[in-house]
Ligand binder design. Structure first.
Ligand code: AMP
Length: 207
């Protein structure tokens, strides 16, 4: 699973790693945004929470993740992006993982100033939800041709709230995991390719 603040590059890196190892990329944020886009009961329930930068209830998100992880395509590995985000979620994931093999945790480190700078410039595809390659001159998605738009929760005041939530609720996960032999940390303030390479090296070392 990939851990790190918003804007650290978790989504971008997760797409690359999942392709490399032929495992599903499971992004809780993407699942929730898709539900909002489709107007499902889940989407209606969580929209205001995402818009404000807060966190969805632990039990609800854990149920969604566990259902997804039970699907056959995740039976020989998966890449989790955006879950767990709280200590209770991490405990729930440990319970799920019991007897299923090691959980490798890779933390991407990035400071708040760089997060704010990156998210002010981020564009995502309105169709498939993928991040663009940070080039504002490009108007359409590299993968599906969809229109690129800013993410609504990348507005500066929402990003500040998401960072506050990250430091309060998610950063404690570093302490939760760091003593494990399967925990690795990489510097996210580098070129995308260099971060990918560091992640691949770090993860292959412990798998
Ligand atoms: P992300 O795309 O990972 O930045 O997630 C976008 C938003 O979805 C977050 O700001 C939360 O509101 C919600 N969300 C995603 N994953 C979780 C989670 N594990 N626990 C609670 N809320 C989540």
């Amino acid at each position: 699973m990939i851990l790190g603040p918003p804007g650290a590059g978790k989504g971008t890196q997760a797409v690359r790693l999942a392709r490399r190892w032929h495992i599903p990329h499971i992004s809780t944020g993407a699942i929730l945004r898709e539900a909002i886009k489709e107007g499902t009961p889940l989407g209606l329930q969580v929209k205001a929470i995402l818009d404000s930068g807060g966190l969805v209830d632990d039990a609800l998100i854990t149920r969604i993740v566990c259902e997804r992880l039970e699907k056959p395509d995740a039976s020989s590995g998966f890449l989790l992006d955006g879950y767990p985000r709280t200590v209770p979620q991490a405990r729930a994931l440990d319970t799920f993982m019991d007897g299923r093999g090691p959980l490798v945790v890779a933390e991407i480190v990035l400071d708040d100033a760089e997060v704010l700078r990156r998210l002010a410039a981020r564009m995502v595809c309105s169709e498939c939800g993928r991040n663009s390659q940070d080039d504002r001159a490009v108007a359409s998605c590299h993968d599906c041709g969809g229109r690129l738009v800013p993410r609504t929760d990348d507005a500066e005041e929402v990003v500040r709230k998401r960072l506050e939530v990250y430091h309060q609720q998610t950063a404690p996960l570093v302490e939760y995991y760091e003593a494990r032999p399967t925990f690795r940390r990489v510097d996210g303030d580098r070129l995308v390719d260099d971060v990918t390479e560091a992640l691949v090296r770090a993860i292959e070392e412990v798998t």
